[in-house]
Design a protein around this ligand. Structure first.
Ligand code: FAD
Length: 471
């Protein structure tokens, strides 16, 4: 009997255990588009659209079509399995609470008719349930978590991509690949206009970038990773999010080139991703609620205008604005600047971290419920193993330190490009003549700061003190 392979966030042929389990016999590959419409942000959907097109092409070249479905997976997957007479549905396991609930419902519906849903470990190195502390608890601190994974040694080798596939003819009722265009991923104006020059979704491009980064750039990662103005990181995040690559492939690609300082440091970042997935699994409230419950009482001061200034990169703080504009333009932001902009929102502007997390999820091509939620809680001081709330990034010093030559700010905030380095990260402090010479009029060509740094810092610390004293 044929097997149904349900693609979700494992859009690849190589090292895909679900596909591998089905590849021996007749099979049908399916993707349920409603995921895309309802569960993923705008930039995610842009990526998905192109990645699905690449996957469909790769499957076709091996003799299997990618069947697309609209509708609720809980109804559609069992219906399709029945229509082709499949005994089992194979898929990569997902970790988001909504996906877990849905998989449980699909499994139940399938079982009612004598079929089963088989979930494979596909987007993490290790199932969260298989890693616990000596006391049998989930890890709440990253360093021992990473050490425990490292101590397990190499993961099993990656599974090669299948050769020929025996695709069965899909029943009527699917939607054509052309209808991918109907995915709501192109609002007007088309904010994603600059994405294609920046990104090529799909497994082939992912593999090429991995080989290039692991082979060359990773050696310099320890030095280059904190400079947003250079291309010092892998930019593999959307590929890992959509499963164009597996973390196991990444691990082996790195290990294959030896384990110098840069590569070690990089592997540790992959383990931060792993830690985020494990945390989401064990603490499904991660996307919505502070893991340190006392933060539920924090004195946020929601303000739609301030939130909008942050979203649009109009705060008057150049490094913050550069980051937010990079996010909008490219669907991606450098990690150092994610920390700076995140901290600025929750501390300088006292806006709830959930609002920042929602904006990131909608605008990042790598927007990922596990990594995004975990990092926002980290930035806000309310997560497990988080940065303490009282440590407040100074956006001026951060800019001067990590964008010392101003390359990053000048790229994304061109209206400040003519300012000398000395004033670039604090234009409001520049003498009038310097501003004039650089063609900058604060409040007109570039905003005045929406808050004063020193005052905002004091206000944030006071809000934190109130929280601690229970006021
Ligand atoms: P590299 O530096 O090359 O790292 C390699 C890979 O390791 C990344 O592709 C990513 O998969 C993983 N990784 C690196 N840093 C982290 C981290 N801190 N946490 C989890 N995984 C990490 N990452 C996402 O993938 N999706 C998100 O939605 C997301 N939201 C974030 C929100 C905030 C507020 C912050 C501070 C960080 C967020 N990150 C998120 C983590 C990190 O910024 C990105 O993974 C990284 O910038 C991606 O660029 P890269 O692929 O070049 O990373």
């Amino acid at each position: 009997a044929p097997t149904l392979v349900w693609f979700r966030q494992d859009l690849r042929l190589a090292d895909n255990p679900a596909l591998h389990a089905a590849a021996e016999g007749p099979m049908l590959a399916v993707y349920v588009l409603d995921d895309a419409a309802h569960r993923h942000g705008g930039a995610n959907r842009w990526w998905l659209h192109h990645s699905l097109a690449a996957l469909a092409k790769a499957l076709e070249a091996r003799g299997a079509a990618l069947h697309l479905l609209h509708g609720d997976a809980v109804a559609e997957i069992p219906k399709l399995a029945k229509a082709i007479g499949a005994q089992s549905v194979q898929a990569g396991r997902l970790y988001a609470p909504w996906a877990r609930a849905r998989d449980a419902a699909v499994a139940e519906a399938l079982e009612a008719e004598g079929r089963k849903l088989v979930l494979h470990t596909s987007s993490v190195l290790l199932e969260p349930d298989r890693l616990r502390t000596g006391q049998g608890k989930p890890y709440a601190v990253y360093t021992p978590f990473a050490r425990a994974i490292m101590a397990m040694g190499e993961p099993p080798p990656a599974i090669p991509a299948p050769g020929k596939l025996a695709g069965v003819k899909p029943p009527k009722g699917g939607v054509s690949l052309g209808s991918l265009k109907l995915l709501p991923h192109k609002p007007e104006p088309d904010w994603a206009a600059a994405f294609p020059a920046m990104w090529t979704p799909g497994e082939d491009a992912a593999q090429a970038r991995l080989a290039e980064f692991a082979g060359e750039d990773a050696a310099d990662y320890a030095d280059g990773r904190n400079t947003p103005g250079i291309d010092g990181t892998s930019r593999l995040s959307p590929r890992l999010h959509w499963g164009e690559l597996s973390p196991r492939q990444v691990w082996h690609a790195v290990a294959g080139h030896g384990q110098d300082g840069g590569r070690q440091t990089w592997l540790k970042e992959i383990l931060w991703r792993e830690f985020s997935y494990h945390t989401l699994w064990h603490r499904p409230q991660l996307p919505d609620k502070p893991l340190r419950a006392e933060f539920e009482q924090f004195g946020w001061q929601p303000d739609a205008k301030l939130l909008a200034a942050w979203q649009r990169g109009q705060t008057g703080y150049p490094i913050v604005d550069a980051g937010m504009r990079q996010l909008w333009k490219h669907g991606w932001m450098h990690n150092r600047v994610r920390m700076i902009t995140g901290s600025f929102l929750v501390k300088h502007l006292l806006q709830p971290w959930q609002d920042g997390a929602a904006w990131f999820l909608d605008t990042l091509v790598d927007g990922d419920l596990a990594s995004n939620s975990q990092n926002w809680q980290w930035v806000s001081g309310c997560g497990v193993d988080a940065a303490p709330y009282f440590r407040i990034f100074n956006p001026i010093l951060q800019g001067q330190k990590f964008d010392a030559d101003g390359a990053y700010v000048r790229d994304f905030v061109p209206e400040l490009a003519q300012l000398p380095d000395k004033w670039l990260h604090q234009p409001w402090a520049a003498p009038e003549a310097v501003l004039r010479g650089a063609g900058v009029t604060l409040g007109q060509t570039y905003p005045k700061p929406v808050v004063d740094h020193a005052g905002a810092r004091a206000r944030a610390l006071a809000a934190f003190a109130d929280l601690r004293s229970g006021r």
